[in-house]
Design a protein around this ligand. Structure first.
Ligand code: NCD
Ligand code: ZN
Length: 346
């Protein structure tokens, strides 16, 4: 039996750090275990231009505690007014690693996102030309489409047409939650990858709704039926290089989660690697954890793998704080619903 596992230091290919007091509180939680992360741009107002991204990167680096290393990989928030030349310049200077597409109204702070996808075609073509990946929040927003079907419908109605219209565009389907997402990635060899979150490997929709509503399990895309969770686990633990970790750790202070109109987002930065070790062990796939968390992401983004390592050690149940304190209010840490036995050391 494996009791200790040393892997390349992981990266998080989808992370929300926010700003101000929340940024200060959550950044060390990620930097403790992760070398780099793709930083989501859905601030209020969003990170739209290269100038915005440079300023946000500076605020992140200023919030990093002394002695901690961490590289934020910046993204731009795609709007119908985005200037392809600004995107190209931000990419050429090394400032940004991806552009993020939010369908307008799909999720937290997505009001400035895209309603008419034809209006961003010029940006997408520029991105295909320069090899800059597009990270996609893959849910339609039409009110007549059931929320549990929105990812599957997005693939057919939006994503596939965009990819056909833009040959060479490199796309990451972010936080896939369905077997449909897994199958779509598997059926398309080139230029397509997908991130999978920690929590979608662990919870299905029953965890949110049975026995009382659990606001800390509510996120978008919302967790689906068990068959979908199983498909995600098979993809994550398979070693297939097209699937990699993007935690979508999305902090909201407790008063905004425990609310009559609670925000979407699970905060998993603190215990993600312990959760994943437990999941991969449950599935007899600990030998694939490094591929999922540390190798497949850099390969897709054409970046070097980290030189440093972390070691996961199995022992008595690991203590992690149930909440992170923050000047703006406490932030509840994701509860996987089972004890965690794998501790992480750098
Ligand atoms: C994210 C957030 O809070 O910014 N929420 C979430 O439920 N995942 C936005 C997102 O990634 O959809
Ligand atoms: Zn997200």
């Amino acid at each position: 039996m494996t009791h200790s596992l040393t892997i390349r230091r992981p990266d998080d290919w989808h992370l929300h750090l926010r700003d101000g007091a929340v940024l200060n509180a959550v950044l060390p939680e990620t930097a403790r275990h992760f070398a780099r992360a793709i930083i989501m741009p859905n601030l209020v107002p969003p990170v739209v231009t290269g100038v915005d991204a440079a300023a946000y990167r500076d605020r992140i680096l200023a919030a990093l505690p002394d002695g901690m290393g961490f590289e934020p990989l910046m993204t731009l928030y795609l709007t119908e007014d985005t200037d392809p030349e600004d995107v190209a310049a931000a990419h050429a200077s090394g400032l940004i690693t991806a552009v993020k597409l939010y369908p307008a109204g799909a999720t937290t702070n997505s009001a400035s996102g895209v309603s008419d996808f034809r209006k961003v075609q010029n940006v997408l073509e520029k991105m295909a030309e320069i090899g800059l990946p597009l990270c996609v929040h893959g849910e339609v927003t039409d009110s007549e489409i059931d929320i549990f079907d929105r990812e599957a419908v997005f693939i057919d109605r939006v994503l596939d047409p965009i990819r056909r219209a833009t040959p060479g565009l490199r796309v990451v389907m972010e936080h896939i939650t369905t077997k449909n997402g897994v199958d779509y990635v598997r059926a398309n060899d080139t230029d397509l990858g997908a991130t999978i979150t920690t929590h979608h490997l662990i919870i299905n929709r029953n965890h949110i709704l049975v026995g009382g509503i659990k606001p800390h399990y509510y996120c978008l895309p919302v967790a689906k039926r068990e068959e979908h969770r199983i498909a995600l686990r098979e993809a994550a633990t398979s070693g297939d290089a097209r699937f990699f970790l993007g935690t979508d750790s999305a902090p909201h202070i407790d008063p905004l989660k425990e609310n009559a109109c609670g925000c979407a987002g699970c905060f998993t930065a603190t215990n993600t690697m312990s959760c994943l070790a437990e999941v991969f062990e449950q599935d007899g796939a600990l030998d694939q954890l490094e591929a999922f968390a540390s190798l497949n992401g850099p390969a897709f983004y054409r970046l070097p793998v980290n030189d440093a390592t972390i070691t996961l050690t199995k022992g008595d149940a690991v203590d992690y704080p149930p909440k992170i304190e923050c000047d703006a209010g406490d932030i509840t840490v994701f509860d996987p619903g089972f004890p965690l036995h794998w501790s992480v050391s750098a």
